[in-house]
Design a protein around this ligand. Structure first.
Ligand code: EPZ
Length: 416
């Protein structure tokens, strides 16, 4: 089993380029089902989840070839409506492809996405959205079957601003007859990126990035060339790597506005930032202070930064609290951080953190990709050697991680 070894206490210095956003590239690749002809998607991070999505496209008759950060897609033949079981269970995000196939083919059979480490993660909001557009949903033998000859635009009211459901319904509605309004839509930058791609392809979407998105159906969409936006979660995680090691790093190719909630929390703890138009330099004077943080849908503090922030707050002067409101079970990293000397306890969905002066390296296990990030952040700061198992989780979300961190002075290596 592959693992990552880190010798801690090396302040990181220098600049790195942030990769394209995984959580924008994935729905954008799913949207390729809707686009007739050839599309070129660039600035795509080379991650296992992306490879899975490329395999998914091929499995339903779409030509998809990846070379470096570019993916060429040709959608000419009849798209198949059955999504392979082993791909959906590998990655929940593959469920995003249901909407495009339904809109394109009039039917889709998709295995129930497996739960994953951070909670059951149902798809009820997606399914109610498809029903609001006239689809009939049935569940049998572990499969979800969604049928509708021609989707009809309608009012879709979300009980929760689900990112995936917003993307799935927005994509399906582009080819529906008439106007669809999504109320209480998610507002993440990745949703705006997806809407931009769809509009470039001939769709008629307004309001992406706000809580109300209006989609006027069109008859067809054509191929596009599109560059994926930078990964705001990688940017935030790398800034934390500079701060937690008391170094000073600059992240390039970022959009500072996408991580303003994180930057304001970190400023509260004493971090200082220099912001240019697409780069951010982070530094600390003395030891940082604790903070009180609650994860929220965008533009609030992102749940995908919660584990990483906890590693940083474990070394703060004083106490902190972190409340996780998005997922019901996203505290698995606490046990592993405790093994490195962190003083954290969880009360329901709130973690109480007593800052300690130092952490000590240990053998730890990553349970999901952001918990893995918390562990390598802690390992970079800890005294001695940290070995992290579950590298496949870590590599789902961070392109060329060991190369990027080594270039900043980290003593890190991947061992097969
Ligand atoms: C997206 O997941 C991201 N994944 C997640 O990032 C991110 O944590 C999440 O949004 C929240 O920001 C991708 O974009 C590929 P949700 P998604 O639907 O769409 C519940 C990472 O680290 N819910 O907004 O699955 C759900 O159980 C990943 O890169 C329902 O109850 O998130 C969860 O508690 C992890 N019913 C909450 O809503 C539904 O039909 C948020 O889910 C859908 C969701």
């Amino acid at each position: 089993m592959a693992k990552v070894k880190i010798i801690g206490e090396q302040p990181l210095h220098g600049a790195i380029n942030i990769s394209g956003a995984k959580n924008s590239a994935l729905p954008i690749l799913a949207a390729a089902v809707l686009l007739d002809g050839e599309s070129i998607i660039s600035n795509v991070p080379q991650l296992t989840d992306i490879t899975t999505m490329v395999r998914m496209l091929r499995s339903i008759n779409i030509l998809a070839e990846q070379s470096g950060g570019k993916i060429r897609i040709v959608n000419k033949k009849q798209v198949k409506h059955l999504i392979p079981y082993e791909l959906v269970t590998k990655m929940r995000a593959s469920f995003f492809i249901a909407g495009p196939i339904l809109a394109k083919v009039g039917m889709v059979r998709v295995p129930m996405p497996g739960g994953c480490a951070i909670g059951s993660r149902p798809v009820d909001i997606h399914l109610k959205g498809f029903q609001a557009l006239g689809a009939v949903v049935s569940l049998e033998h572990g499969f979800i079957e969604i049928r509708c000859k021609k989707l009809k635009g309608g009012q879709v009211n979300f009980p929760f601003p689900s990112v995936g459901a917003t993307e799935n319904i927005m994509m399906a509605a582009t080819l529906a007859e008439g106007v669809t309004t999504i109320a209480n839509a998610a507002r993440e930058p990745e949703i705006v990126d997806l809407a931009d791609l769809l509009n470039e392809a001939g769709a008629n979407i307004s309001g992406a990035g706000s809580s109300t998105i209006v989609i006027t159906g069109v008859s067809a969409l054509h191929g596009v060339k599109h560059a994926v936006i930078p990964d705001r979660i990688e940017a935030g995680t790398m800034l934390l790597a500079g701060l937690i090691t008391r170094g000073q790093i600059t992240v390039n190719n970022v959009r500072p506005a996408d991580i303003s909630a994180l930057l304001s929390v970190l400023s509260e703890t004493g971090a200082r930032f220099e912001i240019e138009n697409n780069s951010i330099t982070a530094a600390l004077g003395a030891r940082w202070r604790g903070a009180q943080v609650v994860t929220q849908p965008y533009p609030g503090f992102p749940t995908d930064m919660q584990a990483q922030l906890m590693a940083y707050l474990a070394l703060a002067e004083g106490a902190s609290t972190v409340r996780e409101t998005i997922f019901e079970n996203r505290f698995m990293h606490i046990g592993e951080l405790q093994r490195m000397g962190a003083r954290i306890r969880a009360e329901e969905r709130t973690a109480i953190i007593e800052g300690v002066a130092g952490l000590s390296g240990a053998e730890v296990k990553a349970t999901d990709l952001r918990a893995g990030a918390a562990l390598w952040l802690a390992g970079l700061a800890a005294q001695g050697e940290t070995t992290i198992y579950g590298v496949e989780h870590i590599e789902r979300g961070y392109e060329k991680l060991t190369e990027k961190l080594s270039a900043l002075g980290a003593r890190i290596k991947r061992i097969n």
